[in-house]
Design a protein around this ligand. Structure first.
Ligand SMILES: NC(=O)c1ccc[n+]([C@@H]2O[C@H](COP(=O)([O-])OP(=O)(O)OC[C@H]3O[C@@H](n4cnc5c(N)ncnc54)[C@H](O)[C@@H]3O)[C@@H](O)[C@H]2O)c1
Length: 385
C-alpha cells in the first residue's frame, strides 16, 4: 500500500507581505491565538469571528491594543468578515464540533486553514476534511502546538545518536480542576490531553502507528464524570512502542504538562522531564547532555503559526498537514474504543470504518468526492509525520 503525496499545498504566494488572517472562535484559546497572530511578523490580524453575537467584538476590545483595532473586522459570519477584511487565511479555534463546517467553508472559499487540535470532532469528519483539502487544492494544517517544542526535537536528536527511539514511555500526573465540559466527557484524559503526548510520540518514532491497547479508569476520589486515568500502548510498524500512563486526578507529585519521558534506544536512554533540556545516558554510562534551544527558536503556537505562514507563502506541505495529522486522531479514537471494549484495536479498523462514514458525509454534503479514490482508510494518508 503506497500513499500518494499530499495534494493540498496551494500555489506559492508572491512577496513577503504579512498574510492577512481571520481568527474564528473567540473563546479562551481563540484569545491566545489572537495574541500569537499579533506578535507574528509573518501574518496580520484583519478579522475575528465568533458565532455568539458580540463575542468577537469583546475579544478584540480585550486583546487587541487600541492602535491596532481599526484594521480588525469583527462579526458572527466568516464569509462577511472575510469579504470586509480581505483575509486570505483562517485560524480555526472553534469548538471541535464546529471544526468540520468552519474549515470546509474556508477551504471552499480558497482560504488555507490552520485549525486547532483535534482535527475534527470525529475521525470520519477528519477524513472528510482531508477530502475537502484535496478537492479544493487548499492547505489545511492542524496545530498540535506541543509538538513544536525545541526540547522534544532535541530528545529526538539524542535518540537518533543512540540508534533511534524503540521503547518510549510517558508518565503524566496532574490534578487540574477545570470545571465545564472536561468534567462531563466520557474520556477527558485520552481525548483532551493524551492526544498531545500521542502526537509527540509520533515526532519521536519514525514509523506509522499500527494498533492500540488501552485501559482506562476513574478513581473513587476523581472529580470527573468520565475516566480521568488511562494507560495506552501504541505499537508502531517498526516494532517501536509508546506507552502513556496518565492521570488528571493525581495531586501531590505532579509532572510537567508535557509529562515525563523516557526513550529507550539500542545504545542508551534519553530522559526528558517535559520542561527542561533533555539528556541521555549511553550504554557505557556516558552522559550526553542535550543542547539548550537558541533564543531565536519559536515555541508552540508561535512555531505552529510560523510553519503555516511559511507553507502558504512557499506552497509547501508543512508538518501536521491534515493527511499526516489524522494518524494522531486515529490513535485517540482507537484508544477510546480499546478502553471501552477491553481489546486491542488496530488503526486500520478505525480508519476503514471512518472512511465509509466520511464518504457518506461528503456525498450528503455534495461538496467533495475526493475520498472515492481512497482504497482504504490509511491509503490516502501521508506517511510518518
Ligand atoms: N493546543 C492546546 O493546548 C489547546 C488548549 C485549549 C484548547 N484547545 C483547542 O482549541 C479549541 C477551542 O477551545 P477553547 O478552550 O477556546 O473553547 P471555548 O469554548 O472557550 O471557545 C470556543 C469558541 O468558539 C465559538 N464557536 C463555536 N462554534 C462556532 C462557529 N461555528 N463559528 C464561530 N465560532 C464558533 C464559541 O462561541 C466559543 O467562543 C478546541 O479545539 C480545543 O481543543 C487547544
Amino acid at each position: 500500500m503506497s500513499a500518494p503525496e499530499p495534494q493540498t499545498a496551494p500555489p506559492a504566494e508572491q512577496g513577503a507581505e504579512p498574510l492577512p488572517v481571520v481568527v474564528v472562535g473567540a473563546g479562551g484559546m481563540g484569545r491566545a491565538w489572537i495574541g500569537t497572530v499579533l506578535r507574528s511578523d509573518a501574518v496580520r490580524l484583519v478579522g475575528v469571528v465568533d458565532i455568539v453575537p458580540g463575542a468577537a467584538e469583546r475579544a478584540v476590545a480585550e486583546t487587541v491594543p487600541p492602535q491596532r483595532r481599526e484594521g480588525v473586522v469583527a462579526g458572527t459570519a466568516l464569509a462577511q468578515v472575510v469579504e470586509a477584511s480581505g483575509a486570505r487565511a483562517v485560524v480555526d479555534v472553534t469548538i471541535p464540533a464546529a471544526h468540520h463546517p468552519v474549515t470546509t467553508e474556508a477551504l471552499h472559499a480558497g482560504l488555507p486553514v490552520l485549525g486547532e487540535k483535534p482535527c475534527a470532532a470525529t475521525l470520519a469528519e477528519a477524513l472528510s476534511l482531508a477530502g475537502h483539502a484535496e478537492t479544493t487544492g487548499t492547505l489545511f494544517m492542524v496545530s498540535q502546538s506541543r509538538r513544536h517544542n525545541p526540547h522534544l526535537r532535541e530528545a529526538r536528536r539524542l535518540a537518533e545518536e543512540l540508534g533511534g527511539a524503540g521503547v518510549v514511555t510517558t508518565r503524566f500526573s496532574r490534578a487540574p480542576r477545570f470545571g465545564g465540559f472536561r468534567e462531563e466527557m466520557a474520556h477527558p484524559l485520552i481525548v483532551d490531553m493524551a492526544i498531545h503526548a500521542f502526537d509527540a510520540g509520533r515526532v519521536l518514532i519514525d514509523a506509522d502507528p499500527v494498533s492500540v491497547d488501552a485501559v482506562s479508569a476513574n478513581p473513587p476520589w476523581s472529580w470527573y464524570d468520565g475516566d480521568a486515568v488511562a494507560t495506552v500502548t501504541i505499537r508502531y510498524a517498526s516494532g517501536a512502542t509508546h506507552t502513556y500512563t496518565g492521570s488528571w486526578c493525581s495531586p501531590g507529585e505532579e509532572t510537567s504538562w508535557n509529562g515525563r519521558w523516557s526513550l529507550s534506544c539500542p545504545r542508551g536512554t534519553v530522559a526528558w522531564d517535559g520542561d527542561t533540556v533533555p539528556s541521555a545516558t549511553g550504554e557505557d554510562g556516558q552522559q550526553l547532555p542535550g543542547r539548550a534551544p537558541g533564543a531565536e527558536e519559536l515555541w508552540e503556537l508561535d512555531a505552529s503559526l510560523d510553519a503555516f505562514a511559511r507553507a502558504v507563502r512557499e506552497g509547501t506541505t508543512p508538518e501536521s498537514e491534515v493527511h499526516a495529522n489524522i494518524w494522531t486522531q486515529a490513535i485517540v479514537e482507537a484508544a477510546v474504543r480499546s478502553a471501552d471494549a477491553g481489546r486491542r484495536v488496530t488503526l486500520d479498523e478505525v480508519l476503514d470504518e471512518a472512511l465509509a462514514e466520511a464518504k457518506a458525509l461528503d456525498a450528503a454534503g455534495g461538496w467533495s468526492s475526493a475520498l472515492t479514490t481512497w482504497e482504504n482508510g490509511a491509503s490516502g494518508l501521508s506517511r510518518v509525520r
